[in-house]
Design a protein. Sequence first.
Lengths: 138, 135
Amino acid sequence: MRSLPLIVVLLALASAYGFWDKKRSGKINVKADDRHLVRSSEIGSDLGEHATILQFSSAFCTPCRATRSTLSSVVSHYPKIRHVEVDAESNLELVRRLDIRQTPTTLFLNAEGKEIARAVGAPKRDQVVNAIENLARV
Amino acid sequence: MIDARGPRWSAGLTSIVLIIALITRSPIVIALQLVQFGIGAFAGPPNSPYAWLYKRFVQPRLSKTFDSEDVRPPQFAQLVGFLFALFAIVGALTHTWPLFTIATSFALFAAFLNSAFGYCLGCKMYLLGVRLRRG
């Protein structure tokens, strides 16, 4: 029973981390500076006329599928915005340059391909709509 | 595609087994968990003993509609668990208790997060691993 305090501490730490991670996950953060520029040649697809939503996914990622369906369904209402999904593992150079650390990570790019905002984790539908409305203005 | 509730239920059972392992320091308990992780990691989570228990006793009592998920993310998590359990069993057999305790604690941390929060270990660890491995 000596390990009982350890177990209590472990479960408390894991819970604290779990709540923190859940709260942070999918939040769309607007980038004021350090905006990366992504070229269409790097993602193997044309950029959207107004904006591009660039999603990085991987094989061992359950929320990537939900993110794909959220993003593609929102984007279907905006003909000038394009949703592009790339496999992180096969684009490591880009992943390093953009500092992608986990999947799904979603970048919101303006018409020139400049990163305006970023979400780590699965973003919520209404937040995506909000971000798109903001993209139209930058 | 598998029932996404299965791996979370298995992670809950895994957490309980790992807690028992930490309390009893029994090589047999951690060995049983190692077998579960090994089958899950190499034969796939649906073929593991915990998945059998889930399908036999739990799933029939749950709703028929459920979220499905790709089998690869939980399989990756089982592989991570397998590696921790391997260190733990070496610690237990050689009576290197700090090794046993640290390895089992990491496995418990991850299993509990997976079970309670649906935490996706593959999302967080896989890409970092690939980035490190390919310098």
